[in-house]
Design a binder for this molecule. Structure first.
Ligand code: SF4
Length: 328
């Protein structure tokens, strides 16, 4: 796909954000409170699908994943449009590979109205641009759109879905979308990283998930990658040490993790990372159990208990202690 609705909105907030999404997504740090808000938004969107009664949902996932199968969604949408289905949710459209999935399409006498659902108490300017992007793609797919609504979260929890008509404003953005979509397409594909100075766009309208990367400088970038690496080791060791049925091979792998973690824990790097955390220099959403002395200590203790149990069990069964692991 070329540019999706999310790509467009993120690229218009900051082109570098879009470039990082495509080329270095691992640098993203989503603060837990933002993730919780995104999850609540998804729940609200799911509930809104039934606001007009029975509906057909177009979502199709690639087998064994939760990744949308866009080609299958496009085909399914086409079939339902041809069949004249009255309410179609997550309807997919594509024009020159630019893509969007519309929350709710509702059939009218002359075509369809569409509804973009937002878990917010009022319509914000970026919601209208978001709807405008969808209108741009759908109308280029030759589907006649009448009215455009943003569905906001009203005060009545028994019936919280409040549609606000934004047809005029959203349609008015058609040229603006066309003026930018092709530049964003080109820009996201370029191999060199886009240079953009941090500024007000880093938190307006949304807080950027690359904040730590762009604001921290090289030292901070290295530090973040390092902390992530050891945090992952800690988590893997924790998962292994929490199990009572480890094989000898898994014990051996755990012993290597222990060695690496102990060596990090005694290093100058750990002290630097610990100090950076104390001074509030790390991004808010970065997981950092590995910088807590208790965090590492507890996992190592758990691991040692497992080793003792394993050795005692083998002794009871008359098996000699494996040379693959030893208690440090
Ligand atoms: S932190 Fe700021 S400059 Fe960096 S990608 Fe995000 S919005 Fe752009």
């Amino acid at each position: 796909m070329a540019i999706t609705k999310t790509d467009f909105m993120r690229g218009m907030q900051c082109p570098k954000m879009l470039w990082l999404d495509k080329h270095r997504p691992g640098l993203k740090v989503i603060p837990p409170e933002i993730q919780a808000r995104l999850d609540a938004g998804n729940d609200f969107g799911d509930r809104a699908m039934g606001m007009f009664g029975p509906y057909e949902e177009m979502t199709v996932y690639r087998p064994g994943t939760t990744i949308p199968d866009k080609a299958a969604m496009l085909q399914r949408t086409q079939e339902h449009l041809e069949a004249g289905t009255p309410v179609i949710c997550e309807a997919a459209f594509c024009n020159y590979n630019n893509y969007c999935a519309v929350d709710i399409l509702r059939k009218t006498e002359t075509g369809y109205d569409f509804y973009e659902v937002k878990n917010a108490g009022e319509v914000q300017p970026q919601f209208i641009k978001d709807a405008a992007f969808q209108y741009y793609i759908i109308s280029r797919c030759k589907l006649k759109i009448g009215r455009i609504f943003i569905v906001i979260h009203g005060p009545d929890e028994d019936n919280p879905f409040v549609p606000v008509d934004v047809t005029k404003e959203a349609k008015g953005y058609y040229k603006w979308i066309n003026d930018h979509i092709w530049d964003l397409n080109r820009m996201q594909k370029q191999p060199e990283e886009i240079e953009v100075q941090p500024g007000t766009q880093c938190s307006d309208p949304y807080e950027c998930w690359y904040y730590g990367y762009c604001h921290g400088g090289d030292m901070n970038r290295e530090q973040i990658e390092r902390i992530r690496y050891y945090e992952d080791l800690l988590l893997r060791l924790q998962q292994l040490a929490s199990r009572a049925d480890l094989t000898e091979k898994e014990f051996s792998g755990a012993a290597e993790l222990v060695q690496e973690l102990e060596s990090y824990y005694g290093s100058t790097e750990w002290k630097q990372d610990f100090t950076a955390d104390e001074e509030g220099l790390l991004p808010k959403g970065l997981k950092r159990g590995v910088l807590s002395e208790d965090g590492i200590y507890n996992v190592l203790e758990l691991y040692r208990e497992r080793v003792e149990e394993f050795v005692s069990e083998n002794e009871r069964n008359g098996v000699s202690e494996s040379s693959h692991f030893t208690e440090e």
